[in-house]
Design a protein around this ligand. Sequence first.
Ligand code: ATR
Length: 271
Amino acid sequence: MKKWYAVIGDPIGQSMSPAMHDTWFNENHIDASYIPVHVTKEDLEAAVESLKRLGCSGWNVTVPHKSAIIPMLDSIDESAKMMNAVNTVKVLEDGTLFGMNTDGRGFVRSLAEMFGIDAESGDVLIIGAGGAARGISFALKESGYGPLTFTNRTVAKAQTLSEDFLDSNALSLEQAEKKLGAFNLIVQTTTVGMNYAESGMALSPDLLSSGSIVADIIYNPLETEFLKEAGKLGGKTMNGLGMFVHQGALAFELWTGIYPDTEKMIRSIST
Ligand code: ATR
C-alpha cells in the first residue's frame, strides 16, 4: 500500500517540506506522498490520534507543537530529550510512536557539506540561547566540536545553557563583540534578521577574523544583514537553508533508510 507522511504545524501553508519530500520520494522511486496538515494547539492530541489511525507512517512537527507533542509519544531519542523538542516522528512496526530531533544534526551535516570542516575547527561562538541554540550545541558537542561559548541578549539564559555543556562559558553580547576575533566558527541562532521579525543584527561582526566561518540559521531571507556584513569582512558564510534541507534528509533517512540528495535540493530551493 502507498505510504504517506505529513508535517503538522500552525501556520503550515508556507512549509517547503511537502515539495522537498515529494521530490525525494520521486528521485528514489518510493511510492509515497507527503502532505501539510494544519493543526492548532487545541487539536494536537486528536490530530496525533488520527494520523496514527489513518495509517500515516511518520510526520514532521513544526511550530508550535515541538515540545507539546512529547507526552503523546511512546519513546524519544537523546537529541529530543536534550532539546525538549521533537521535529520528526516515526510510527514503528508495533504501532508505537518514536520521536527524535534532527534540527541540530541537520546543522552539523550542512556545515560539513559546505566547508568540509569537522571537529578540529576550533573555538565556537553560539549567538542566542533559545531552542535552536540548544539543539545545535548538542549536535556540535556530539560531533566533537568545541569549546563552546554562548552569548545572548539575556545573559542569564546563556549562562544556564553553558551549565549544560562541559568546557563552555557565557558572555554578554558586548563582550562577545569585542572577543569575536577569537572564534573560528560563529553560529547566529537568534530570530534577528528574519523576515517578519526584528531587522538588524544581534551583534556586530566588525571584529571578525577573516577566514572564520559564520553561519546564520535563518533562510528567509537567504542572506541576513549579519551574513552580508560578515562576508564583506572576509568571513566564509553559510545560511540556514542547508540546515533545513539536512534536517529533512535525516527525517527521510529515519523513515526510508535512504539519505537523499541534499546538494541538488539546496541548489533548487535557492535559485
Ligand atoms: P528558537 O526556538 O528559534 O531558538 P527562541 O527560543 O524564541 O527561538 O529564542 C530566540 C532567541 O533570539 C533568543 O536567544 C532571544 O534572546 P533573549 O533570550 O534575550 O530573548 C533572541 N532574540 C530575539 N530578539 C532579539 C533581539 N532583538 N536582539 C537580540 N536577541 C534577540
